[in-house]
Design a protein around this ligand. Structure first.
Ligand code: C2O
Ligand code: CU
Length: 468
């Protein structure tokens, strides 16, 4: 814990134009380009490729109801495709894996920003190179706010911390170990834990409540996070989970630890007031699959808690805590029969969904055809033996209605949440229900262990138009 935590810069629009109805649209430009970053003080700089040459990419702060167009200009060396993860983007702007932009080209993406407040992120999604591109830096926060969330008076500004976790692996000269060049086909768990691009950072905080937005941008490693202080070893310190991939949960949920797999977002309120003048360390108790784990992957970052609150008159310290109901979450209606069963498995050296890989072709890879507006239950089963799979279904917010095998039950915070990534741990089976809306179109679903995704645990579903 020798380097300070840093945060992505905040991007501002190049210009704003009025729509015909008087609403406004912001236009942004982002260049995807190589950058050398001094990650280790004693080693040479690490060659990365980032959005605007920043790793993680610049943070977008968006408001519900304000549309955006972002031009992503590829000045890197590999083709890319940009996915805004958590957005119900129209299919042409959703980062379809084969819709790649070559170096020297650009693509304009339209984002409606009409969903409720949530922590989204944008990252690469190019066919065969998603893992490499995301791992070398193409990932950033995209934070959407709305009036409902404002009304809760959550900790804001310096007390609202976006925290992007990523585990990576380095060569002894400071360069990143490259999963593609090394032909990696299973996972890169990584032995160096980064938060916002900094290995095992520290951050100075005040003895008050903070909003921590956890996002796992890593390509394979999952975590079970907990907080520890010298006065409280082990998982003794409670904190409050209040938001998920899809924004505010129904109720706040108190817990002492938190599972977070690749691409998941969980937001918590942590109260540092009992730790004035002490350290609070964020730790990880999750081991990788069946393998022996590396040293120090049980450490994430350290909060150094100051003696006093700088501005006691600030209204965002949640003096009365959170209300018991945070929002009226639009859970899909309970729905009995399973419409589709999907098995995530490993065979013939490939990661498959129901025996299909992406290269099976456009007709074979479309595995579901929900009619637009239909509420469907899909059953997802992990049959790959020994591996966990965080499954991401594009376009929709889903409710996990059951989990069997593996951990055997839903986590208490999962029960009150809508999700777009569902952690399917070893030997688990889960049911997920969603309303397949609001648009028609062909969308992807896949494992968000990006090595699995590139090797081709990636399939599609077609939301079909209603008959006239
Ligand atoms: Cu976060 Cu299909 O991706
Ligand atoms: Cu997987």
């Amino acid at each position: 814990y020798t380097q300070p935590l840093t945060f992505g810069s905040e991007i501002t629009p190049k210009y704003t134009v009025p729509n015909s109805d008087g609403s406004l649209l912001d236009y942004y430009e982002v260049e995807i380009k190589p950058v050398d970053v001094q990650i280790y003080p004693n080693l040479s700089k690490t060659k990365l490729v980032g959005y605007n040459g920043e790793v993680p990419g610049p943070t977008f702060r968006m408001r519900q109801g304000r549309e955006a167009v972002v031009r992503f200009i590829n000045k890197g060396t590999l083709a890319n495709s940009v996915h805004l993860h958590g957005s119900y983007s129209r299919a042409p702007f959703d980062g379809w894996a084969d819709d790649t932009t070559d170096p020297g080209q650009y693509k304009d993406y339209y984002y409606p920003n009409r969903q409720n407040a949530r922590t989204l992120w944008y990252h690469d999604h190019a066919i065969d190179h998603t893992a490499k591109n995301a791992y070398f830096g193409q990932a950033g926060f995209y934070i959407l706010s709305d009036a409902q969330e404002d009304s809760l008076g959550l900790p804001s500004e310096n007390f609202d911390l976006p925290l992007a976790l990523a585990a990576k692996r380095y060569n002894s000269d400071g360069s990143l170990w490259d999963p593609e060049a090394n032909g990696e086909t299973t996972s890169v768990f990584g032995d160096v834990i980064h938060v916002n691009g900094v290995p095992w950072p520290y951050h100075k905080v005040e003895p008050r409540k903070y909003r921590l937005r956890f996002l796992n941008t890593g390509i394979s490693r999952s975590y079970q996070l907990y907080f520890e202080s010298s006065a409280a070893a082990g998982k003794q310190i409670p904190f409050t989970v209040f938001a998920s991939d899809a924004g505010l949960t129904l109720n706040p949920v108190q817990t002492n630890d938190l599972y977070i797999s690749d691409a998941e977002r969980w937001e918590v309120i942590f109260d540092f007031s009992a730790y004035a003048g002490k350290n609070v360390t964020l730790r990880n108790s999750r081991k990788v699959a069946a393998d022996e784990d590396y040293n120090s992957t049980d450490q994430v970052m350290r909060f150094i808690v100051g003696d006093k609150v700088s501005d006691p008159s600030r209204g965002d310290n949640l003096p009365n805590g959170l209300p018991q109901t945070l929002r009226n979450v639009p859970f899909p209606p309970a729905h009995a029969p399973t419409e589709y069963n999907f098995k995530f498995e490993h065979s013939n050296g490939k990661w498959e969904v129901n025996g299909i890989t992406w290269s099976a072709g456009i007709d074979q890879r479309i595995l579901a055809k929900p009619e637009r507006g239909a509420v469907q239950k899909w059953t997802l089963a992990n049959s790959a033996g020994g591996w966990s799979h965080p499954i991401h279904i594009h376009l929709v917010d889903l409710q996990i209605t059951s989990r069997s095998g593996g951990r055997g039950a839903l986590m208490p915070y999962e029960k009150v949440a809508l999700k777009d990534v569902m952690w399917l741990d070893v030997n688990e089976q889960i049911d997920v229900v969603a309303r397949y809306a609001p648009w028609d179109g062909v969308y992807m679903f896949h494992c968000h262990n990006l090595i699995h995704e590139d090797h081709e645990m990636l399939a599609a579903f077609n939301v079909t138009a209603l008959a006239d």
